[in-house]
Design a protein around this ligand. Sequence first.
Ligand code: GTP
Ligand code: MG
Length: 370
Amino acid sequence: RGNMTVGETAKLLHKDASEVIKKLIFLGVMATINQELDLETIQLLASEFKVEVEIKIPVEEDRFETVEENDDEADLKTRPPVVTIMGHVDHGKTTLLDAIRSTNVTSGEAGGITQHIGAYQVEINSKKITFLDTPGHEAFTTMRARGAEVTDITIIVVAADDGVMPQTVEAINHAKAANCPIIVAVNKIDKPGANADKVKQELTEYELVPEEWGGDTIFVNLSAKHRTNLEELLEMILLVAEVNDYKANPDKRARGTVIEAELDKGRGPVVRLLVQHGTLKVGDAFVAGNCFGRVRAMVNDKGRRLKEAGPSTPVEITGLTEVPLAGDPFMGFEDERKARSIAERRAITHRQSELNANTRVTLDDLFKHI
Ligand code: GTP
Ligand code: MG
């Protein structure tokens, strides 16, 4: 937990203090025997001497799940469903979302604002739905898997002129692994070669059987391009949401998942995240993956500034010191110091496992981690 002096570190590594000091000089650290070293430097030394040092980090304390309080049933409030759109490349996922979003009356006022976020919220008959768009290209398997993990309902989009393809099957598997209800959207029914029944037939192989054939999977035939049957799809989503009554406690610290993150030249790390529990507020300290941050500015998918965001809200925030990874969990903290130290310890653990993964570590490698 605390720091150790050079002398103590030498003992730990079974080396002479002079050897350790020499190594430190080699690593660019000028140190005397009584000087305190931080965990990172101790780790570097250990890996330089090829000594395995297990740094005991109070992991339990750092796990969001253990920090998390249990909710009283009475504190849970109905929240919008999180719906992920998945399917094979070019089957029309983004077109479908675009079509849905323009049916949203409330988005009218925000026209013309560039929207980078892959997560959107629409309001249908005064009921909100949160949508996540996912890429269909085969390279994005992990992204799809993550999408499936944060989602309540999966829409599998299948183009009626193309049928079930490899990433259709992959998406079905992700949704099933995540135990997530599936709605099948058979898209492009306007196209000359479209054959919706053939898609239905193909999907029976994956245990997705429409109601009219004795199964319990909801199918909607539609054309995203011509906006045919969009209403029906939205009704089905709201129906599934009503049956499952998704809930969360909005009155506690925020917890959720990073959807995307990037380094913006002007604004620094920009992070798009989905709040899943609690409420995230401007000014909150938080940890995302191994990164520490404080919410500086927060905007919704329409570019509108928010002071706070509750469950199922996708937001874009600035105020992190580093860029977390898509899929990283995040959590708000009242105590900034605690957030900072958790992020630091996680970063160390991460570097440690990276270092341990390399059998031979070069100086270059080491400096990359500093
Ligand atoms: P990825 O994100 O790359 O996986 O693709 P996607 O599934 O988001 O497909 P996208 O929405 O980009 O659509 C691919 C092409 O199909 C575009 O040229 C769309 O205009 C077209 N398209 C989408 N929906 C329909 C439809 O209902 N009918 C017709 N005729 N074309 C459609
Ligand atoms: Mg797309």
